[in-house]
Design a protein around this ligand. Sequence first.
Ligand code: G3P
Ligand code: CA
Length: 242
Amino acid sequence: MSIFVYGHRGAAYEAPENTIPSFKLAKKLGVYGVEMDLHTSKDNELIVMHDETLDRTTNGKGLIHLHTLEEIKKLDAGFKKGTKWKGTRVPTLREVFENLGKIHYYLEIKQSSRVYPGIESKIMDLVNEFKLENNVQIISFDFDSLKNIRDIDSKIKTGLLYTGKTAWFLDIAKELKVNFMQPSFNLTYEDDIKIAKKNKLGVEAWTIDTIEDVKRAIKLHIDSITSNNPRMVLHTLKKNAK
Ligand code: G3P
Ligand code: CA
């Protein structure tokens, strides 16, 4: 069985997270897909960034949803990773799709639909416009967002993010009609995989950044690995292929 490899925030170990160069590098390394985090701006554009604030990864300050796209576009999302990346911009989801094309995507909806009303239909409109329905999985820790996605589209793949025992989240996963369990890998053991598979749910784990964890993921028959260091994961999988 092969394990699909997703670049977490692109290839965040080597390039500024959640930026086009980071996603492009992950693609060049040969990943199956890339993971990214989504918010909306004050003028309702889909913004790719992990935190809800601009502070950690850019030279901006404050909440994303209190800034317009024009304001966000002036920021530098690269220099904190090194001078080589200076001038890298914060991408919109549209720009990611335009630049990356038909790779696979884990699109994580951050915060809740209460903070970003309508974010789910905005995402699905864009996925449909780019005809990426078969390439996308929507993931979230937010139950409301996953429910909204399922109400909009009965077929699109979804995954429930959580930290803790898989058994605790099974009922909610069924109610939300997700296709995959997306547990934090450091809390995932054999019984978690067994119970998910018994319930016909795939298991996709994050974030796997060490060789030891890749080897453990192989043993557990995890369906996909999301990593900040896809170069290391791809190399380790190749070395340990039967
Ligand atoms: O791939 C899922 C993972 O990204 C969830 O955690 O905080 O890195 O978005 P976080
Ligand atoms: Ca994420």
